[in-house]
Design a binder for this molecule. Structure first.
Ligand SMILES: [Zn+2]
Length: 363
């Protein structure tokens, strides 16, 4: 058996290349801490043109900044790479694009501890090099960038719940390794966890499906809701004996009253579309059994062949299949309500292919 890699990958050294202007930064921080008023989200309205789908794509400069400098695998160029491909495929004219917004600390605190929020907020001043054991470096504007990932997800959720969008896709998001009290594996704040908490507290939606096909196990969500019988979890990933974070065994099915509500499907290194498609019906059966009222999809692109950090061999067809089927299931039992998040993916061609495949299925 291979030793479980303790960290994701050698991470970059922090430099100043992502410096925000002092004014802009003050403004963002003011909004996040509630000192300044947040611009209100426009109320529900009909899509501008009949030819445009009711799916919403969340992209923008503030999201792109969620990336680590100096050759880190999760660089700040990922959103642009995706957008270029989406544009080339003519997808951007079919979807409404929506801008990012920063989260308030109250919103981040729906999932995270105040201690973790404070630590990230003051990480630069405290001259921390990393937020974890060496995967997730501090960089200039780390709090603002991370809070934008969360705020945008909360905004996307509001649009879906108000009926303004049927579905949303946020490529820079899906930071599934962050736990309630810590950053991990390139993930500072867990936008997915904040969405789950917001669904429950603000929209009264309890039974939520969380489906994760990122090559890494979604441990930040799994362990936060391991004993929660209403979080319907399904995760196809590379076997934890070979890959970070080392968890997500077939026997991890939930605890106590939640036993049986969690489905982990580890695949051995080298597994490709054939193995993915063999496993997929189990995900569908799992969701059908629990009839979720909302579907969250983490579609990390790092399971594709030649990802520099992992060893599976999916093609973008796997992502297209999952997105198509989840849209169908959301239509059956969740009034079509579905949010997709980009997650990992470190080969740029792969992430462009996988994420555009997902977007194509959602428009
Ligand atoms: Zn991943």
């Amino acid at each position: 058996m291979k030793k479980i890699p303790p960290t994701f990958a050698p991470a970059g050294i922090v430099d100043g290349s992502f410096e925000l202007s002092a004014t802009r930064r003050g403004l963002l921080r003011g909004i996040a801490t509630g000192v300044l008023a947040l611009p209100l989200m426009p109320m529900a309205r009909k899509p501008e043109a009949a030819t445009v789908t009711d799916a919403c794509l969340f992209v923008g400069e503030e999201l792109a900044r969620y990336g680590f400098p100096n050759g880190h695998p999760l660089g700040a160029d990922r959103q642009d790479t995706f957008l270029k491909e989406a544009n080339m495929q003519g997808l951007l004219s079919k979807v409404r694009t929506c801008p990012p917004r920063i989260a308030t600390t109250e919103e981040i605190g729906r999932f995270h501890t105040q201690h973790h929020i404070d630590r990230v907020m003051h990480a630069e001043r405290a001259k921390l090099e990393y937020l974890d054991n060496g995967d997730t470096p501090v960089f200039p504007g780390v709090f603002e960038a991370s809070a934008n990932v969360v705020g945008t997800a909360v905004d996307g959720l509001a649009r879906v719940m108000l009926g303004e969008s049927g579905r949303s896709f946020q490529p820079i998001g899906g930071l599934h390794h962050a736990g309630r009290a810590h950053a991990a594996g390139f993930c500072v704040f867990n936008d997915l966890g904040v969405v789950i908490e917001t669904l429950r507290r603000h929209y009264g939606i309890g039974r939520i499906a969380y489906v994760d096909i990122d090559v890494h196990h979604g441990d930040g969500i799994f362990y936060a809701y391991e004993a929660d019988p209403e979080l319907i979890f399904a995760d196809i990933h590379e076997d934890g004996r070979h890959l970070y974070p080392g968890t997500g065994g077939e026997d991890e099915t939930g605890k106590g009253a939640a036993k049986g509500t969690k489905l982990n499907i580890p695949l051995l290194p080298g597994a490709g579309d054939r193995e993915f498609l063999q496993a997929w019906p189990r995900v569908e059966e799992h969701l059908q059994r629990f009839q979720p009222e909302f579907v969250i999809f983490q579609c990390g692109a790092d399971g594709l062949r030649n990802d520099p950090l992992a060893h599976l061999q999916f093609s973008a067809a796997a992502h297209a299949h999952a997105a198509r089927r989840l849209r169908h299931i959301a239509g059956q039992c969740a009034q079509g309500r579905m949010m997709a998040f980009g997650g990992g993916g470190y080969d740029r061609d792969n992430l462009a292919k996988a994420w555009t495949a997902v977007l194509r299925e959602l428009v």
